[in-house]
Design a protein around this ligand. Structure first.
Ligand SMILES: Cc1ncc(COP(=O)(O)O)c(C=O)c1O
Length: 483
């Protein structure tokens, strides 16, 4: 048997040495301070960040598992939920909890729906949720975990879910409809009011995923931008998730799920009274819960405040509009749909957009790639404000470079075409090659995209048999999380 590459440290290391090693590792990460990263880091500015970090450190060791021992955390959690709830026009009857992020907020909402149905629709054996195809994958993950099914509804040409399609999917097993405000891929808000009318008609639960928009849309609306009703003002909306670690500009690990009533929230809870270890009760997914992100979230809301959030939202929207206008001005380029805030995708009918993405990445601009249709994605936040001119120049430069490399672009198209043609017949060895190629790209470890992902991503997007793609992705994950 081979010895493992990494063994348990026999002796404690010197603190300074550890910190230098950490800094050495971190030096290879992509930089977010230069405004060239979109969506992974939300930073409110040095002054507020310092206070949020202090709060985080103050509660570093504290455990929200026991609210009577750590009563401060109970207060901080309840007040954080209440502050977000008031932003989303919740009434006094609403109730919620903090979770560690969007995915956990969605997981608890889906679990709540299942347990609500067990009580109120006991005859349903195979519960189902209806969601737009653009809904975040956390719903599919959660449905998988709690043993229910999702039926996906198609979109209108404006990329918002089609209410007629949603209604057609309702059957005797449906327990909840869910929509996004806005959805991650295109930043458009689904027709919340129309879907809520359907939910009320069939007496179903309705969840609005405001993980992205919960702490941005309210400010965008106050600034006078057109925002259709998306929150608890809409009768029929029964729960909302909103991330404080996104546009709330708090540390990672903070989100909320809010329900229209305490009665509904009770289905979120887990209690077990037969354990020899005592009476066990936990409100969300976790057992032990770090106090740090709870304190940080409360602090972010208090330190930034309505005036601070409005100021940041105004700047973010100005930057967003400027970037979108410049994209639309490039021949053959377009922004997809009509994004409601600062999350959007753009594509080109003239160029291979993945190659443009690679060219941008080569210059340090990291944009996510979307598929069906191929597009590049942007989440503009405070960190990107002031860098819009640099980005626009980089985009124009990338277009010029790609226009000068027609042959390279064509060869990438040929590879994708061949992949599509052979997608049902690809032998195992092909998959192994593809996944090891992906892994080596992702594992390069210099924090900079290699800028050679276009053909690889193009192949993935064009393989018709998605089970093959899933298999490649599992293999990639397995290799990534191996020393
Ligand atoms: C609309 C939407 N919902 C949910 C999530 C999941 O959030 P998290 O990554 O915090 O789990 C995201 C993440 O980007 C999102 O955009």
């Amino acid at each position: 048997m081979n010895k493992p590459k990494i063994e348990f440290p026999q002796k404690g290391m010197d603190g300074d040495d550890i910190i230098s090693r950490l800094k050495e590792l971190k030096a290879n990460d992509a930089s977010w301070r230069n405004g060239r990263m979109f969506g992974y880091v939300y930073h409110p500015g040095a002054r507020e960040a310092k206070t949020i970090e202090q709060a985080y450190q103050l509660f570093f060791a504290d455990n929200a598992l026991n609210p009577s021992l750590f009563a401060s955390l109970k207060t901080l959690e309840n007040e954080t939920v209440a502050m977000v709830a008031s932003l989303l026009h919740a009434t006094e009857d609403c109730a919620g909890n903090m979770t560690t992020g969007g995915s956990e907020s969605i997981l608890v909402a889906v679990k709540t729906a299942r347990d609500w149905a067990k009580r109120h629709r006991p005859y349903i054996r195979d519960p189902e949720i209806i969601a737009p195809v653009t809904i975040h994958p956390a719903f599919s993950k959660s449905a998988d975990m709690v043993g229910i099914h999702i039926r996906y509804a198609s979109l209108n040409p404006d990329k918002r879910v089609n209410p007629t399609e949603v209604e057609k999917l309702i059957n005797g097993n449906t327990i909840m409809i869910t929509v996004s405000a806005p959805c991650y891929p295109y930043g458009v808000i689904d027709p919340v009011e129309e879907i809520a009318t359907i939910a009320l008609k069939y007496e179903l639960l309705m969840h609005v995923d405001c993980c992205m928009g919960g702490l941005m849309l309210p400010f965008v609306e106050k600034l006078g931008y057109p925002v259709p009703p998306f929150d608890f003002r809409v009768r029929g909306v029964t729960s909302i998730s909103a991330d404080v670690h996104k546009y709330g500009y708090s540390s990672k690990g903070s989100s909320v799920t809010i329900y229209r009533t305490h009665e509904l929230r009770k289905f979120q809870y887990f209690v077990f009274s037969d354990w020899p270890g005592g009476l066990y009760a936990s409100p969300t997914m976790l057992g032990t819960r770090s106090g740090a992100p709870i304190a940080a979230a409360w602090t972010a809301l208090k330190a930034i405040g309505m005036d601070g959030y409005l100021k940041m939202a105004a700047e973010v929207m100005t930057t967003t509009n400027k970037i979108q206008e410049s994209i639309k001005a490039i021949p053959g380029f377009r922004v997809i749909g009509e994004p409601a805030m600062s999350v959007f995708a753009f594509t080109s009918d003239k160029h291979d957009i993945y190659l443009i993405g690679d060219e941008l990445a080569r210059n340090g601009w990291n944009l996510d790639k979307l598929q069906f249709p191929p597009a590049l994605h942007m989440t503009i936040s405070n960190l990107n404000c002031g860098h819009e001119d640099e980005f626009i120049a980089a985009l124009k430069e990338a277009v010029a470079v790609i226009e000068g490399h027609k042959i390279k672009s064509a060869s990438s198209h040929v590879v994708v075409y061949l992949a599509r043609a052979f997608s049902r017949l690809l032998p195992d060895s092909w998959f192994r090659k593809l996944s090891s190629r992906f892994t080596s790209l992702m594992n390069k470890g210099d924090g900079k995209s290699s800028g050679t992902g276009a053909a690889a991503y193009g192949i993935m997007a064009s393989i018709n048999n998605r089970e093959n793609v899933d298999e490649i992705m599992l293999d990639v994950l397995d290799k990534l999380y191996t020393v």
